[in-house]
Design a protein around this ligand. Structure first.
Ligand code: NAD
Ligand code: DAU
Length: 351
């Protein structure tokens, strides 16, 4: 389909920048509008390579401002939305839930209202990008399916669950053409070093302690961010309206085994002795309400649309570490200033 005006919210963030780049290249006949408030997590350096592409537009947009959202819908005649803008870090949500309510819940409803107001005719898609955390926490067995009941347990996941409910409510009540995807943990380039993998890469490089929450036995399912972007493209293009699709990597790791693996990989790349980086591992106070295990059944997406992760974790992690080694300027930029205060606040008294 040609000449759509696709608003991608949160396009300057980690996942959003990969989605924007993919759409700018894959859909040269469509206009791609990146609407992002540029919070601490948004960074236009993530998209420097597509600056000047004829079908790419950036707008500084705070989705908590309903009028500002309407202005963008009008200005670009927005035909479709891929909604990624959100406060995304669980630890920050524990410190201050209200920003999560504002961006994740109110911001989502503002976008839904604008779509409802402006999409009175024609074909449209509102694709809401969400998380597997809405399903809560698993024990040793089982996988989250699209039928799993919602059971969010952190302020972050409660805000995402609420936004999912609003998106579904707008489908059932007003017939808004929505799709939802719920994905597991992403990793890859341009990942802000507050999250586990980039934080550990940064600390290994700088010989700083590697803070493992609790016993390190919590389990996450990891997916390469480019594979998440390809899943979003697939669902946006071929998914059924009103449906939710789980996205995951079938790639479960305990945090401690993942960090040990990363240490070995980085010892090799940095020419360190085997075991050197592992000595930095430090067990610290657990996250409050720490979900034990996430694991995704993505068979609906695979069976309906043939989507699968394209690379192994070993390949993806190696590429990711290489990116951080090659992009020290980016890392220096995002870890100066307020990051230092954040780090001190979160980890200063944690041991
Ligand atoms: P991120 O924190 O890296 O980026 C979020 C982006 O949203 C930033 O560019 C930020 O500036 C922007 N933003 C925040 N509040 C905004 C507001 N009020 N108005 C406009 N822009 C705003 O997040 P991410 O990890 O890239 O996650 C993107 C989306 O994917 C989120 O909705 C998140 O819930 C979801 N998700 C993330 C993961 C993951 O592993 N990171 C997994 C599944 C789903
Ligand atoms: O599952 C999808 C979710 O994954 C997304 O919706 C969230 O936006 C994203 O942030 C991520 O949430 P997690 O809480 O799982 O990711 P995080 O990287 O913060 O933590 C991963 C695991 O590592 C978790 O069990 C907590 C642990 N951890 C994290 C940090 C930052 C540590 O042990 N030490 C740390 O310093």
């Amino acid at each position: 389909m040609n000449n759509r005006n696709i608003l991608i919210t949160g396009g300057a963030g980690f996942i959003g920048s990969h989605v924007v780049r993919r759409f700018v290249y894959n859909y040269p006949n469509d206009n791609i509008i990146n609407g992002d408030a540029l919070t601490y997590a948004g960074n236009l350096e993530n998209l420097r390579d597509i600056d000047g592409a004829p079908n790419y537009f950036f707008e500084r947009l705070d989705i908590t401002n309903s009028e500002a959202v309407r202005v963008i819908f009008k200005k670009y005649k927005v035909s479709d939305v891929i909604h990624l803008a959100a406060e995304s870090h669980v630890d920050r949500s524990i410190e201050g839930p209200m920003e999560f309510v504002m961006s994740n819940v109110v911001g989502t409803v503002n976008l839904l209202n604008a779509a409802k107001e402006f999409w009175t005719a024609g074909e449209h898609v509102f694709h809401h990008v969400s998380t597997d955390e809405v399903y809560g926490s698993l024990g040793d067995e089982g996988l989250f399916t699209e039928q799993t009941s919602y059971d969010p347990r952190s302020p972050y996941s409660a805000s995402k669950a609420s936004s999912d409910h609003f998106v579904r409510a707008y489908f059932h009540t007003y017939g808004l053409p929505i799709k939802i995807s719920n994905c597991s943990n992403n990793y890859g380039s341009h990942h802000f070093p507050e999250k586990l993998i980039p934080l550990m890469i940064h600390n290994i490089l700088n010989n700083k302690p590697l803070p493992i929450y609790g016993k390190g036995d919590n389990i996450r399912d990891w997916l390469w961010v480019e594979d998440h972007a390809s899943a979003i493209d697939t669902i946006f293009t071929k998914g059924r309206l009103g449906e939710a699709y789980n996205v995951g990597g079938l790639n479960e790791w305990t945090n401690i085994e993942l960090v040990r693996f990363l240490c070995r990989l980085m010892d090799e790349k940095l020419g360190r002795q085997v075991g050197e980086s592992e000595k930095l591992i430090t067990y610290v106070k657990d996250r409050a309400g720490h979900d034990k295990r996430y694991a995704i059944d993505a068979s609906k997406l695979e069976n309906e649309m043939g989507w699968k992760p394209s690379i192994t974790f070993e390949e993806g992690l190696s590429k990711t570490v290489d990116w951080y080694l090659d992009n020290s300027e980016w890392v220096n930029q995002v870890t100066s200033g307020s990051y230092k205060e954040y780090y001190k606040k979160m980890y200063g008294n944690r041991t």
